[in-house]
Design a protein around this ligand. Structure first.
Ligand SMILES: *[C@@H]1O[C@H](CO)[C@@H](O)[C@H](O)[C@H]1NC(C)=O
Ligand SMILES: *[C@@H]1O[C@H](CO)[C@@H](O)[C@H](O)[C@H]1NC(C)=O
Ligand SMILES: *[C@@H]1O[C@H](CO)[C@@H](O)[C@H](O)[C@H]1NC(C)=O
Ligand SMILES: *[C@@H]1O[C@H](CO)[C@@H](O)[C@H](O)[C@H]1NC(C)=O
Ligand SMILES: *[C@@H]1O[C@H](CO)[C@@H](O)[C@H](O)[C@H]1NC(C)=O
Ligand SMILES: *[C@@H]1O[C@H](CO)[C@@H](O)[C@H](O)[C@H]1NC(C)=O
Ligand SMILES: *[C@@H]1O[C@H](CO)[C@@H](O)[C@H](O)[C@H]1NC(C)=O
Ligand SMILES: *[C@@H]1O[C@H](CO)[C@@H](O)[C@H](O)[C@H]1NC(C)=O
Ligand SMILES: *[C@@H]1O[C@H](CO)[C@@H](O)[C@H](O)[C@H]1NC(C)=O
Ligand SMILES: *[C@@H]1O[C@H](CO)[C@@H](O)[C@H](O)[C@H]1NC(C)=O
Ligand SMILES: *[C@@H]1O[C@H](CO)[C@@H](O)[C@H](O)[C@H]1NC(C)=O
Length: 416
């Protein structure tokens, strides 16, 4: 065959499958990176995919993860379907997975949102909340890690804390963002608030329940600055959309800093549509907050709670800020990461400075420049996650219908 006929036959072959293929496809697109196919590496981020490819848009009933992208003439892409970990940066990703990474589905739970995981190291207990839907009073959950295998049971502190949506530790007690409110919860009135629970006694107290008389909307996620020890929290409007509060929002979506010793609350941020996950780098110099405005609802007190819808072109971005003045001032807002699946819900920073976010059917692991290194793939939507264990190298993930755990070489920050 001369050059012209061989080009012609290539062209005809391409036409035969309906496409002229782009140059620059790195093959294999994906490959087994060991551990019996549970770790799959995507070469060069699949930056050029062969035609025809198409990723369906997720909705409230189906999550089309990256692995669900249909890619013609790329059989290796199918390897992603069976993987627990997808590695995008092979050198750093494999190092962070360590010598024996594992993923284990631990507990099937209700389809309610599961959130606010807090690990109490002294008791070796992991507290997890359950939120509507379905609406109604739900006790919280606790995973007892002293049992082998770990056991799951219901948990109610005294008095009960309604609808924790985020949690962390401060001065030896748990700080929960309690995201719901009405006047008949557990025998009395509770409003959206910052609450504490002492894991040694299970006693709860209220730190903050209003902004100059107004109810907060949702207090969603909380983070304590390592130097000022002030409590930063996000206040989106999901509790109204999801019927966890009886009162329509009285405040705009915003994020705040609270100083428990003076009682003063400071507005820190009011540009995000639905501020959600919040976390500090270990040295406290960078603040991250996710905007999950792509999942939103309507505020009309006459209509009541209408649930939420997802719009793929809405906000699903993590932003970063510089933190100064010993953790009292933030500046230099910048876009950090656009979630590659669903919305970036829970947000935490590892001891190594890696930024993790629960987004759709998995958890994305990013470096401090926002480069995706690893994705944990799950078969349920992950809302949040927390590190447990003596060395904080076990990561428990939780969300709608599932609780699972990962063992790897990424370490949590000590929170107590
Ligand atoms: C399909 O991929 C193979 C390599 O795996 C390549 O040789 C072939 O040309 C591709 N076909 C098309 C139409 O691109
Ligand atoms: C890989 O899978 C095979 C078959 O399921 C099993 O026998 C083997 O122990 C597995 N190896 C590892 C390293 O998990
Ligand atoms: C992508 O897939 C979806 C779902 O199958 C389909 O509705 C849509 O038309 C496809 N789009 C393209 C450009 O192939
Ligand atoms: C996405 O792919 C996974 C693994 O192959 C599969 O279990 C799941 O059903 C797919 N999701 C959708 C919405 O098709
Ligand atoms: C675990 O990660 C550290 C860096 O955080 C690295 O020095 C070490 O080599 C890694 N361990 C393995 C087994 O890859
Ligand atoms: C208040 O919330 C609790 C917990 O969800 C629920 O059982 C109760 O019916 C609610 N009361 C009102 C008046 O909405
Ligand atoms: C607090 O709750 C935990 C989890 O249910 C339980 O193991 C522990 O005994 C309780 N502590 C007290 C002092 O009641
Ligand atoms: C999504 O948002 C865009 C504007 O960002 C709007 O034009 C579009 O109609 C919305 N789609 C749905 C399904 O609501
Ligand atoms: C930070 O706090 C330290 C110790 O309290 C103090 O010496 C320093 O002046 C503070 N720095 C700023 C910028 O506020
Ligand atoms: C996820 O997978 C586990 C087994 O690995 C299974 O028990 C569970 O039912 C699955 N959950 C969903 C929501 O598909
Ligand atoms: C924690 O790390 C130490 C030091 O590397 C090790 O001896 C110990 O076994 C680890 N603990 C667990 C539970 O892995």
């Amino acid at each position: 065959m001369n050059a012209i006929t061989s080009l012609l036959s290539l062209f005809l072959a391409a036409v035969a499958v309906g496409q002229i293929q782009p140059s620059g496809v790195t093959r294999p697109i994906a490959q087994d990176c060991g551990f019996n196919g549970t770790v799959v590496c995507v070469n060069k981020y699949g930056a050029v995919l062969p035609y025809h490819f198409n990723r369906s848009i997720s909705n409230n009933n189906a999550d089309y993860d990256y692995r669900n992208t249909s890619v013609r003439n790329a059989s290796t892409f199918d390897l992603l379907g069976g993987a627990d970990f997808v590695v995008f940066d092979q050198q750093r990703g494999m190092q962070y997975l360590g010598s024996n990474p594992s993923y284990e589905f631990m507990f099937a739970v209700s389809k309610a949102v599961h959130e606010a995981p807090v690990y109490a190291p002294e008791q070796n207990l992991l507290f997890i909340s359950q939120l509507a839907p379905p609406p109604g009073y739900l006790p919280q959950l606790v995973v007892n890690l002293n049992d082998d295998p770990p056991t799951l049971s219901e948990y109610l502190p005294n008095p009960p804390v309604y609808a924790p949506n985020g949690g962390t530790f401060r001065d030896g007690v748990i700080v929960f963002g309690a995201s719901g409110g009405n006047d008949s919860i557990g025998g009395g009135e509770q409003r959206v608030s910052l609450r504490t629970v002492d894991p040694a006694t299970n006693r709860s107290t209220v730190l903050l329940n209003n902004y100059f008389g107004f109810y907060f909307n949702t207090i969603d996620d909380v983070a304590v600055h390592p130097i000022s020890k002030d409590i930063f929290f996000t206040d989106p409007q999901y509790s109204w959309f999801n019927a966890l509060t009886d009162t329509a929002p009285q405040l705009p979506c915003a994020s705040y800093r609270f100083n428990p010793s003076t009682g003063a609350t400071f507005l820190v941020e009011d540009t995000l549509e639905q501020p959600n996950g919040i976390a500090f780098s270990p040295d406290g110099t960078t603040l991250y907050i996710s905007d999950t405005g792509a999942v939103t609802g309507t505020i009309d007190p006459r209509l009541g709670s209408q649930g939420t819808t997802f719009n793929t072109t809405g906000k699903r971005t993590i932003y970063a800020w510089d933190v100064s003045n010993n953790g009292t001032r933030i500046s230099n807002k910048r876009a950090f990461y656009l979630a590659q699946d669903w919305v970036p819900d829970g947000l935490k920073v590892s001891q190594e400075g890696l930024v993790l976010t629960g987004s759709g059917h998995g958890v994305d692991v990013l470096d401090d420049a926002g480069q995706l290194l690893i994705r944990i793939q799950t078969n349920y939507t992950v809302q949040n996650f927390a590190w447990t264990g003596e060395n904080l190298t076990t990561l428990w993930l939780m969300g709608n219908n599932g609780i699972s755990k990962v063992e790897w070489n990424i370490t949590g920050q000590k929170l107590t």
